[in-house]
Design a protein around this ligand. Structure first.
Ligand code: M6R
Length: 614
């Protein structure tokens, strides 16, 4: 979703901001803008803010800034993903008040913007349809020569969420930033500071960062900054060091981040499991669970909260927890969980699963679970993200930066970490040493087996060519492969815009089978596991309806070829681990199909990487 980057220091702000915006592109956006306090001969004497905005890609903005006087060492910039008001240049950030003296970039939603407008802004000329512009006018109204006080006063009137940065031409050595419900990070460089919605636009300059928490306001000057808490008290905050580096944010020879990330899975899978198990004892040891063995024994219920792809990884976790640990486990789509009356007690363990660690619904659901007394833990990719910091423990999945909007490597790593958690709990009661050791041995073999599947990428591209013009697809799986079907279907629709649906194989004859025809191809996951015969019967039913069939089958299952139009073979493994392999061909199929159809694979239309509003 919307992205923010601000800079204050002694370098030219423009290239830093434009490159920063490019690093934020992965979040999804439809317009962008930039504002710089203009200088003359190195002196900010004109006290003038120059603002440029464009709809469409950052390249459009970069073209528009050419020839403009954006010379200055302080500035703010923004990528907008439309919420209030359409995709227009006027609605793009930065916004101003009545004059151009004050500019603001803002992520989040000002819920009471209509009330604020009516109460305070009679006579103000409102130019856009956005809630953010109302905030700009409000700060302008309260401005009496001190930007910090004006921002504070304006925010005391606001209901909603924000991550915002403001600058004023009369105080040209100052940026004021505030956070409530929408992340902001300060990057601490050598005599310079960055402020952004995540660390990605600052990694090329500094890896020392400070995460703002809700209610905090930062007053950032040329060589100093101060942070104030919700009670306006000055506070000291730790500087964190981020391990991710700039190289991980490059394409490194791949045509798209999505393909790079699909191919990274063997490596990052090792990062997810390394050092987190003990083969001799046949168990995992994820210290982040932060519970005593006695507390772990008391867990009677596990709830996995997540959205989208993360929720499908959670479904794999459900099978693993129930089978290995014998603990009743539910997967809740976070956006639903927060609005029902979930039954939670002190014996409930809740995991929030999120790549970004910023998904608004997941965060809100976790807060609700915490309020109700559950143990709340995170399974998160982005280090220092809000979910990682707000949970009472948990585990990073170590997938590295995931920049394609469509999640791939985060999904398989989430599933791997959930398997380890399930084993850790399982070894407390019903899993034998031998089973634990077998599972870990198989898990260690997964990266090599993943590579064997990735080697089939060109073959899968041929399949994509064959099927790319069909309008509808089914994805079927049973048991632990049902979430694989869901994920395969989501990947296809997200990036190729082809309609697809996912069902458990046994559910087809309860309705969806009516849709089948020679124009409705079906991907079925029919690997050799305890449900193989059942799945096979379902596939026979499809064949009888003459729908084209593509099977994901276990190597050596020659009979699959007779049943299907096409088969993608995957190496055999233990049933619980199958999703870590079976998902890969479906990721590749979606990727190649989208490329062949000329889609914007890394930044599909209407989607944002990190959904930070409800
Ligand atoms: O950052 P999160 O894992 O919390 O994001 C959850 C979903 O928004 C995300 O998985 C989404 O479904 C992706 N577009 C999937 O490719």
């Amino acid at each position: 979703m919307c992205g923010i980057i601000g800079y204050i220091g002694n370098k030219q702000a423009l290239p830093i901001l434009i490159n920063g915006l490019r690093r934020l592109e992965y979040r999804g956006y439809d317009s962008a803008g930039i504002a710089v306090i203009e200088e003359e001969k190195g002196v900010r004497s004109k006290e003038k803010i120059v603002r440029v905005k464009a709809i469409g890609k950052i390249d459009e903005l970069a073209k528009k800034v050419v020839g403009k006087d954006l010379i200055g060492t302080i500035g703010i910039a923004h990528t907008r993903w439309a919420t209030h008001g359409g995709v227009t240049e006027v609605n793009a950030h930065p916004h101003t008040g009545c004059t151009d003296d004050l500019v603001i970039v803002h992520n989040g939603i000002i819920e009471n913007y209509r009330e604020l407008k009516e109460k305070y802004l009679a006579g103000h000329e409102i130019k856009s349809q956005t809630d953010t512009e109302i905030l700009a006018h409000l700060i302008e109204l309260f401005y009496k020569g001190d930007l910090l006080s004006a921002v504070r006063e304006a925010l005391s009137q606001v209901r909603g969420t924000y991550g915002l940065v403001v600058m004023h031409a009369s105080e040209p050595n100052r940026l004021v930033a505030a956070r409530l419900g929408s992340p902001l990070v300060i990057g601490v460089g050598e005599g310079e500071y960055y402020i952004a919605s995540d660390t990605s636009p600052m990694l090329a300059h500094t890896r020392n960062v400070i995460f703002l928490d809700d209610g905090e306001i930062a007053d950032i000057g040329l060589n100093k900054f101060e942070i104030f808490n919700v009670a306006s008290e000055k506070i000291n905050k730790d500087v964190n060091h981020i391990d991710w580096d700039e190289a991980q944010a490059q394409l490194s020879g791949f045509p798209h981040f999505m393909l790079k990330e699909i191919f990274a899975q063997p490596t990052v899978m090792q990062d997810a499991v390394r050092g987190r198990y003990n083969l001799e004892e046949g168990t995992a040891h994820l210290g982040g669970i932060n519970m005593t063995v006695e507390e772990m024994h008391k867990v009677k219920r596990v709830i996995l909260l997540a959205c989208g792809t993360a929720s499908y990884a959670a479904m794999i976790g459900k099978y693993a927890f129930e089978r290995l640990a014998g603990i009743s486990t539910e997967v809740d789509v976070a956006s639903e969980f927060r609005y029902r009356d979930p039954i939670i007690d002190e014996n409930t363990l809740v995991f929030g699963i999120s790549q970004s660690g910023e998904t608004a619904d997941t965060l809100a659901a976790l807060r609700e679970a915490k309020r109700k007394g559950a143990f709340v833990r995170g399974i998160v990719n982005v280090v220092g993200s809000t979910i990682a910091r707000e949970t009472d423990g948990g585990t990073y999945i170590h997938a590295g930066p995931e920049l394609a909007v469509a999640s791939t490597k985060a999904y398989t790593n989430m599933a791997a970490v959930l398997l380890l958690y399930a084993l850790q709990f399982g070894r407390l009661n019903r899993v034998s040493l031998a089973t634990g050791q077998r599972l870990l041995t198989e898990l260690r073999a997964i990266p090599e087996k993943m590579k064997q599947i990735l080697e089939q990428s060109e073959k899968i591209k041929v399949l994509a060519e064959k099927y790319k013009n069909y309008k509808d697809f089914f994805f079927l799986g049973r048991g632990i492969n049902f979430p694989v079907a869901l994920e395969g279907s989501l990947k296809l629709k997200e990036i190729s815009y082809i309609h697809s649906e996912a069902y458990p194989g046994g559910e087809m004859k309860h309705g969806p089978i009516a849709l089948l025809s020679p124009d409705f191809p079906v991907f079925a996951i029919m690997t050799k596991n305890q449900l193989y015969d059942k799945m096979r019967s379902n596939v026979e039913e499809i064949k009888a309806r003459k729908a084209p069939i593509v099977l994901i089958a276990t190597e050596g299952d020659e009979s699959a070829k007779e049943l299907a139009n096409d088969v993608i073979f995957v190496p055999p493994t233990m049933e619980l681990i199958e999703p870590l392999l079976n998902t890969l061909p479906l990721q590749l199929f979606a990727y190649h199909t989208a490329v062949l159809l000329g889609r914007d694979v890394d930044r599909p239309r209407n989607l944002a990487k990190s959904v930070t509003v409800e």
